[in-house]
Design a protein. Sequence first.
Length: 145
Amino acid sequence: MIPALRTAQDPTRFALELIRTLMLILCLVGWVMYPLELLLLEHWTEAWQSRIPFLVAVPGFVFTLWVLFDRKTPWVRIAFILTMWASVLTGVLGAYFHLVWNMEGDINWKFEAAMEAMAGSRPVLAALAFTHMGVTGLLSIYRAR
C-alpha cells in the first residue's frame, strides 16, 4: 500500500491509496492491541479454543505488515486474504460461543432470552472485533492492483 501511495498519479488515486493505507494501519494496531487486551484479561481456559484468537493474531499481524509494503506478490496477497477470512470466522464463532456460554446450559433462542445472554458475563460483541479486523483488511485490498 505504501509504494502505491507514493506513486499515485492523480488526487483520486492518492486519496484511495491513503484510505487503504490508513485502514491497514488500523488493522495492524488491532492485531497488536486486541491480543494484548485478551492477555491482560487472561482470556484462556483449559480448552484449546480459547487460544484461537492468539493464533489468528500472529499471521494477521505478519501478513498485514507485509501487505502494507508489498501487495503485488501473489502468494502474500492470497495468504493475507485467507488470514482475513480466518479472522472473520474467528470473530463470528467467538461471538456465538460467548453467547452460548452466557446461556449457561439452557440454550433458548427466543428474543428475550438471547438478549439477556448478550448482556451476560462473556462479552458477545467483543469477539466480533476479530470480524471487524478481517473485514477491514479485506476492504483495504479489494480491487487493489
